[in-house]
Unconditional design. Structure first.
Length: 541
């Protein structure tokens, strides 16, 4: 047995000086039964995955590989099963004479190496690859192999298998949505990762009918209805994670299009501090939601994370002495201790009618998924005025625009003035990959942009692109915020029929930060890029 197999990961990392004994002890104290030290250290933020792989590469003198465009020998891939490859996080990639080159996330897992040598009859030479690179490559290679199985009439096994593969790949990629688009000759599969759609392998058209039927059955939809859109949901476990799926079908020229929204329960915000608010805004927001009554609105376009922020807020307030009721369309996450109502327009259960019924249930806190019409807006405002704390969302471009939107819906100004407590605007921006983050000197243009918002910057952080982030320079997303607390001064301006521009100028003088300002703070902290912030927020706010 080679010398490197006798070493322990903790000892190797301590030798490099990137981690201390105390940090290892703290990580191990949180170790689950099947958790590995390297994964724990990365998850806890003590090291990045690149630091981990670099340490292994240097200390063990092992080569690291990128599987993204590696010419993998499929004949050696077939030597092991997909389950073994995924459970051990390894993949044979080529053969040299009587030696098998195996990409591994943990080259110190000598039990896996011995098992592989015993089952294949080859001596194993490990090389290092990232966890995500391995998972995505394993799914891609084995999925494409299994999809080529001929569909036998009356047999649903291929559809079951393909559906499971789609979910596994989606969860591995940390995708928010899976799109199945039918064309004339095939089915396009796309995953939305960090807000952008990316193409994966297509599916044979002959498998789509069985796949659609499989999805509809487990989502509780009408299998025979192909002419009308349908919506459903699925709760399942994928790669050890509990996920909820929102299923939406849409009839198109070439057949039904299906979108699966992946709601990872492990990533749901549990507390307000998980939302990503800056410390001063967090303190103001906590004070705002601690009030016994009032209307708190979250604004932003679809997909800006408003619902997650709402859930984090009501989770913070979820105590046995409070009766919390939500009206949602749909109920995305099921929260323990909270009464959640699903809107059903087909039987007349709308936001407005549901809210009227909720008010007869003696609630303390009410969450209305979205204010879409005058009746819902009026009921929400009146609920806030009669001693309830009401949360809801609006589709506006900024926090201050929530006021004219309510006015446009026909709500009396004096009711808005009395009921509205605060408004939060939110957008999502991509975060810089920690594994390839680098810095450079800020350009004159970048400095000028910061100066226009009364900020300064000397260096800019950016992602060079690596195997971990698929050479995009980004990995994951975070929120930027704008919080307007409706103070007595703002109420007075509203009562005096001041213009929105006048109100905006007043709150700016009071030191309120707008979306772009919060974004620039996060750019300066090295969390995201200026391009991302300017993509979702205007410098002229």
């Amino acid at each position: 047995m080679a010398d490197f197999r006798k070493k322990k990961l903790g000892d190797l990392l301590k030798e490099t000086g990137i981690i201390t004994e105390l940090q290892i002890v703290e990580a191990l104290s949180m170790k689950k039964q099947d958790g590995k030290l390297g994964d724990l250290l990365v998850d806890q933020g003590y090291i990045t995955e690149k630091q981990l792989l670099d340490a292994l590469e240097i200390q063990l003198k092992l080569e690291s590989v990128s599987l993204y465009q590696y010419p993998i020998d499929m004949s050696v891939v077939e030597l092991i099963s997909k389950d073994f490859a995924r459970s051990k996080l390894l993949l044979p990639i080529k053969k040299e004479h009587n030696r098998l080159i195996v990409a591994m996330n943990d080259p110190l897992d000598f039990y896996a190496i011995e098992e592989l040598e015993f089952s294949t009859g080859y001596a194993v030479r490990p090389v290092i690859a990232t966890r995500d690179d391995l998972l995505q490559t394993i799914n891609r290679l084995y999925d494409s192999k299994e999809v080529n199985i001929e569909y036998v009439e009356g047999e649903d096994a291929p559809a079951v298998r393909i559906f499971n593969q789609l979910l596994e790949t989606g969860v591995s990629l940390r995708a928010s949505d899976i799109h199945l688009d039918q064309t004339e000759r095939q089915v396009s599969v796309r995953y939305r990762v960090d807000g952008l759609l990316r193409n994966e392998r297509p599916l044979p058209k002959t498998l789509m009918n069985a796949l659609v039927a499989r999805i509809k059955i487990i989502a509780g939809l009408n299998v025979t209805e192909t002419r009308l859109p349908q919506d459903g949901r699925i709760s399942t476990t994928v790669l050890g994670k509990r996920v909820n799926l929102r299923v939406a079908t849409l009839p198109t020229v070439f057949g039904e299009k299906i979108v699966l929204r992946i709601l990872d329960m492990s990533n749901m915000f549990r507390k307000v501090e998980d939302i990503g608010l800056e410390k001063d805004i967090l303190a103001d927001y906590r004070e705002l939601i601690a009030q016994p009554s009032g209307l708190i609105l979250l604004t932003g376009p679809t997909g800006s994370g408003k619902t997650s922020t709402l859930y984090g807020s009501i989770n913070e307030l979820n105590h046995p002495e409070s009766n919390i009721i939500t009206i949602e369309d749909p109920v995305e996450y099921q929260l323990e201790g909270i009464n959640q109502v699903q809107v059903n327009t087909q039987i007349g259960l709308t936001f407005a009618t549901g809210l009227r019924s909720v008010l007869r249930q003696d609630p303390n806190i009410i969450m209305v998924g979205e204010i879409r019409d005058k009746e819902t807006a009026e009921n929400s405002v009146r609920a806030a005025l009669t001693g309830h704390l009401v949360f809801s969302t609006l589709h506006t471009n900024s926090a201050i625009e929530a006021i004219p939107r309510l006015l446009d819906m026909g709500i009396e100004p004096y009711l808005i003035v009395s009921a509205l407590s605060g408004v939060v605007a939110q957008r999502l921006v991509k975060t810089i990959c920690k594994d390839c983050a680098d810095t450079r000197e800020a350009t004159p243009v970048e400095r000028e942009i910061f100066e226009r918002r009364n900020q300064t910057i000397d260096t800019i952080t950016f992602g060079r692109g690596c195997d971990v982030c698929r050479h995009t320079g980004y990995r994951g997303r975070m929120a930027i915020h704008e919080l307007i607390v409706i103070t007595e001064e703002v109420r007075q301006l509203m009562m005096n029929q001041a213009s929105i521009q006048e109100i905006k100028q007043h709150i700016k003088q009071q030191g309120v930060r707008f979306l772009v300002d919060d974004g620039l703070i996060k750019v300066k902290a090295g969390k995201t890029t200026l391009e991302e912030v300017l993509r979702v927020a205007s410098i002229n706010e």
